[in-house]
Design a protein around this ligand. Sequence first.
Ligand code: PIT
Length: 342
Amino acid sequence: MSSDAMGRRIELEPDCEPAFEYRQITIRKEKWVTDEFELLEFLGRGKFGEVKRCKEKSSGRFLAAKFVSIVKEQEKKDVYNEIEIMKSLQHPRLIQLYDVYENPSKKQICLILELINGGELFERVIDENFILTERLCELYTSQICEGLNFMHKMNILHLDLKPENILCLSKDGHRIKIIDFGLARRFNPTQTLKVLFGTPEFVAPEVVSYDKVGYGTDLWSVGVICYVLLSGLSPFMGDNDGETYNNITKAEFDFDDESFDDISDEAKDFINKLLVKDLSKRMTASQCLDHPWLKKSIAPTPEPLAKEKIINTKNLRRFVIRRRWQKAVNALLALKRLGLNF
Ligand code: PIT
């Protein structure tokens, strides 16, 4: 329980029933998605393809259809990996898989996913009618850590945690869900896993230096997301990707900007324990949930409720607008790679 800027209680709405019962998922090749679903409006686009809202004809249930175009054999392997991983990730903080269709002649795979209606978290909190407070940042961060804690217990790394992959369940509540397991990997601590991807501003030093990754790699991203959410500033961003990578490698950042003036020491301590160069020294997802900053958000608030300080989202608005541009540029570059010139 928590309070909003007017001193009213903010209650995290109870987890609603799962969108659907547990499902045994097999890849369906005898039918295509349009046989059983009505495709509706466009929800989003990423490097993976596009996502549309859809309605199951037999049940009237609304879901999301993610289409992936398969050009290379590796792309098929990647989607199969994503499907395998999603099957083992049944948790209310992680988007759920409902069905999969494969159309070999069209070279497309369609994942039917739980519908999440509230849009991206960062888009929501910069809305002019939204009042962002540190307490809300705690609530969001603790839910991200809950989702990650479950993934890590299942020995799975997300490896692409960033604001775009945190969606709000609804337009008025505060429940969030983690999406996009396209880069997720099963982790075997006895084997060395190195990865070469991720989004510059959110990747950990070990990804930049192509060293061994681990659970801590995802927790670094939690630290960056948290820093941005509280201040609207990106802790390692340089004038170009090279400079950003340099800053990440040094793992040097500070809370000197005035946007941190009203932020609690507990929040800063939380971030300090995540943005640590050595991944084995970062807090685990479970330790995050036990950290005083997140413990506070579930502890009952003594009456009378203290008024919360409002976080100015001016910087965060700039951050989101900059990322929208980056996304558009990346989409154009992807089209160019496909040979579509304009
Ligand atoms: C929704 C609503 C929405 C976007 C999505 C789902 C996208 C989900 C998604 C899931 C993945 C992935 C990429 C995107 O790799 O606005 O219900 O596993």
